[in-house]
Design a protein around this ligand. Sequence first.
Ligand code: PEP
Length: 352
Amino acid sequence: MRIVVLRAFRPSLLIVVHKPVAVGGLCGLGGLGSELCERDWLRCGDAAFLRPGWALPSDMTTPSASTSGSNPSFNPGSNSGSNPGSNFGSGAHKPRPFVGGNWKMNTDRASGLALAKAVAAATKPLEEAMDVAIFPPFVYLPLISQALCDAGSKVMLGAQDCYIAEKGAFTGEVSIGMLKDVGVSAVLVGHSERRHIMHEGDDFVTAKVDFVLAAGLTCVLCIGEKLEQRVTGQTDHINELQLERGLKHTKVEQLSKLVVAYEPVWAIGTGKTATPQDAQSAQAHIRTVLAEMFGKEAASTVRIQYGGSMTAANAATLMAEQDINGGLLGGASLKIEDFTAICQAAAASVKA
Ligand code: PEP
């Protein structure tokens, strides 16, 4: 058995990784009975060894370029024209793309494991160009964490939600510490299904953002308007409100761990995709709001994903837009061919 010793000092001072020794930790969780693997320790070790408040460095920028293609999109009240660009300039560098697969309440042990292995293999050649995350159901996180470790994959393991306390009498909830303990390094916050089916309000969303960022994990903050809000011209206003409330306590130095997912509610799981122009318009406005809150330079580095019926057919056209820096996928993340094609389109969207 390989033994690894990882000694971590408080990063406010220093983190030192020593070679091998030790037991337990992440990879033995979930009754998997496996050894502690040697996957990139920043990701694999995130889980087992980092503690709240420990932030990790992240390189976020890659050169920009665009791709094109055709895409039949839904247009229930176009917003384009009102805010076609964030004034960051079409030649500006695009942030490093980030594609996330939100599996929601889908897969089982065998199919989830197979899908995770397939994602790890398919995205290996893209690791230099982009970040990829998968968000399986809670119960499969340890299993999939192990599979990603075994594959030596840089795919980030994500959780679909979290709770806003470290431990205690909160039946049914899962804390950030627990998520880190099994290898999670990213968390979805404020997904529309949680906002609108579970009735999670703005204050709850804000608290979750605060918890995730304070723990040094990547926070994917989901925002977006409902159909009636779009047709009545409130898209930018709703995004502004959700952004300002969600990031009420966020500090500029935490932005490297923030990803914003613009997900028009009417597009999620409906097969109705926003037009690239409408998505760009909304996302340009989101970047403008971020610039007002945190400054233009900091705002230019934040990854803004589009989510809502993104497919292998429309991904390249969407991600060719300046302020669309990847995607958050539901349905398409469950089909390896589609997920792979979308990741490839994301990587190509920043190639010269
Ligand atoms: C989502 O749930 O975040 C999502 C974008 O779903 P879909 O891709 O299925 O629309």
